[in-house]
Design a protein around this ligand. Structure first.
Ligand code: RIB
Length: 344
């Protein structure tokens, strides 16, 4: 085995350094932090890598204490486009940093979420972004305490860690103010469980809008989850009410619920918006593409993901010098055909 080659005789980083006439650290920088070296040096080292056929030994690098050049995003439900849109923003930031992204789906299952957190720590990821099943889960704090940066996305903001979220009270206010301004007085809120912070905040915003208007009646239809099936079930419940008592509008806690509600209204022969106006939340691509394009409270999904990843990478880079930030973004109302001025 010649000096500096692996047991298989494959060229090592030392061989590349000797061949290129640079230090081992320069070769490492060319591979891991190319922005730290001149273009001339980078090309010289790359030529040596190509001529020798050097291939990085990733597991050896990690054993020497290097990170895995990956970050992870643990989400609640990959079937909800909200999370895959946020993940696209995470990917954009990771691409800029030359990192890969592990996307893990907890399925709102705390045991599976815990399994992923343990695995990601063993994999020595640069950091973990998470939309947690339970924001108070001590495993998340413990992971950060053992040295893996954690940023909470969308829910679970609090001191002691970075987080990104949207002002959901404002979002609920925007949705119901719009319905009141378009002439509705009997309004249903469709969403749940209320124990979820975002659901509670969206309800609070809806209640603020009714209180400020000094008129209107808000009926809460709590659901077991934030998905299409629960939206259909809420549609069954609303359609079963006597027309004189039935709400004329529904504000749904997310677009999946709104799409399920819309589907059920069509199935039951009720018209949207004429018999029931519908507002969703998130403004996923399917909101605009729906049979009756959905009015929705838009969340800046990719910006949430990119910002969260950039906070994570800053913490990984800056270590103890890092100062945590809890960033809150504003939602926007996007008005479409599913709500329309009611003839008085
Ligand atoms: O987790 C489901 C919902 O919570 C998403 O649709 C988004 O609104 C998030 O806040």
């Amino acid at each position: 085995m010649t000096a500096g080659t692996s047991s298989r005789g494959a060229p090592s980083m030392k061989d590349v350094a000797l061949h290129a006439g640079v230090s081992l650290g320069t070769v490492s920088n060319v591979i891991n932090r190319p922005q730290m070296v001149s273009e001339r040096t980078r090309l010289r080292v790359q030529a040596a890598i190509d001529e020798l056929g050097f291939v990085r030994n990733e597991s050896a690098r990690q054993l020497r204490g290097g990170g895995s050049r990956t970050l992870a995003y643990v989400v609640l439900d990959t079937s909800n486009p909200f999370f895959t849109d946020v993940a696209r923003g995470v990917q954009d930031a990771a691409d800029d940093a030359g990192l890969a992204v592990y996307l893990c789906n907890s399925g709102e299952d705390t045991a599976r979420e815990g399994f992923y957190l343990d695995l990601l720590e063993q994999q020595r990821v640069e950091g973990v972004l998470i939309t947690p099943v339970d924001a108070s889960d001590p495993r998340i704090t413990a992971l950060a305490a053992r040295g893996t940066p954690v940023v909470v996305v969308d829910r679970g903001a609090g001191p002691g860690r970075c987080s990104v979220a949207v002002n959901d009270v404002l979002g609920g206010d925007l949705a119901v103010t719009h319905l009141l301004e378009t002439g509705h007085r009997r309004i249903a809120f469709v969403g749940g469980p209320r124990a979820i912070g975002q659901v509670a905040d969206r309800i609070s915003g809806a209640e603020l809008a009714v209180e400020r208007a000094g008129e209107g009646e808000l009926t809460i239809l709590e659901t077991a989850a934030l998905n299409v099936a629960e939206g259909r079930r809420a549609g069954e419940r609303l359609a079963g009410l006597p027309a004189a008592r039935r709400p004329t509008a529904a504000f749904c806690a997310n677009d999946l619920l709104a799409l399920g509600l819309l589907q059920q209204m069509v199935r039951l022969g009720l018209r949207v918006p004429d018999d029931l106006a519908i507002v969703g939340y998130d403004d996923i691509d399917f909101a605009e593409a729906a049979a009756v394009p959905l009015t929705s409270v838009s969340q800046p999904r990719q910006l949430l993901g990119r910002t969260a990843a950039e906070l994570l990478l800053a913490e990984s880079r800056d270590g103890d010098r890092h100062e945590h930030q809890q960033l809150v973004f504003a939602p926007e109302l996007v008005v479409r055909a599913s709500t329309r001025l009611r003839p008085t």
